[in-house]
Unconditional design. Structure first.
Length: 231
């Protein structure tokens, strides 16, 4: 079974300039994704999809391959992850290489581990799922969330749960934003990663962090140090 790791790292980043190669505790943040993918021993190819020469150079320095450049269309602000993956798989197909499974890894995912990738790969194969990815449990019951009205009032979205005990409410989860392990033929056929045959791995809130601004970046570094280093 041939398997490819696709690390998506375009050059443009509006909220954090040069985000995908910004220093994260001593090395470019993309290096964590590359090194973990290589160390997992799961992949026949670990590649970076990018439109940026500097990202290409750094990716190759840390052991990834950049066999072709990402197109301009797949590099703009509106390109979806699925479109980027599709372009990569199509281009490899034109080069005479096909893959049965793949893992799309985000370049700003320093918390991923070889163990988590290996667990996802095993679940994908043994459970015959289309996609497997990590999720984080919402710390507060979303059934009690508030929404704002046009009059600037805040009301319960689901008032029927106002007196329900927290432990009796169904747990809900959100995407950890780290990676997606998936079956390639199914992805090509359906054109999307999340299907009705998707499974997930719950990880702790400490082992994940959305990084959209400088404050998020500092929080991610603190979490990483709490997990893996001594502060």
């Amino acid at each position: 079974m041939s398997c490819i790791a696709i690390i998506t790292a375009r050059g443009g980043s509006k909220r954090i300039p040069r985000k995908n190669i910004k220093d994260f505790l001593g090395k470019p943040i993309i290096a964590y994704s590359i090194e973990t993918a290589l160390a997992s021993k799961l992949f026949d190819e670990v590649m970076v999809s990018t439109d940026d020469p500097e990202i290409t150079q750094i990716a190759q320095k840390y052991g990834a391959k950049v066999p072709f450049q990402r197109s301009q269309k797949a590099s703009d602000d509106f390109a979806t992850t699925a479109e980027v993956i599709n372009e990569v798989l199509d281009t490899y197909q034109q080069l005479g290489r096909g893959f049965s499974t793949a893992c799309c890894i985000y370049p700003t995912a320093p918390f991923i581990s070889t163990e988590l990738l290996q667990q996802a790969s095993k679940i994908l194969k043994e459970g015959v799922f289309d996609t497997v990815f990590p999720v984080v449990r919402f710390s507060y019951p979303i059934q009690r969330c508030l929404v704002q009205t046009p009059e600037s009032k805040f009301i319960l979205r689901e008032p029927q749960y106002i007196n329900t005990r927290s432990q009796d409410l169904e747990p809900c989860f959100h995407d950890a934003g780290q990676f997606y392990f998936f079956d390639v033929p199914t992805f090509i056929r359906q054109g999307r990663l999340m299907t009705n045959n998707t499974s997930c791995i719950e990880i702790s809130e400490l082992a994940a962090q959305d990084i959209d601004n400088e404050q998020d970046w500092k929080l991610a570094e603190l979490k990483y140090q709490l997990l893996y280093e001594k502060l």
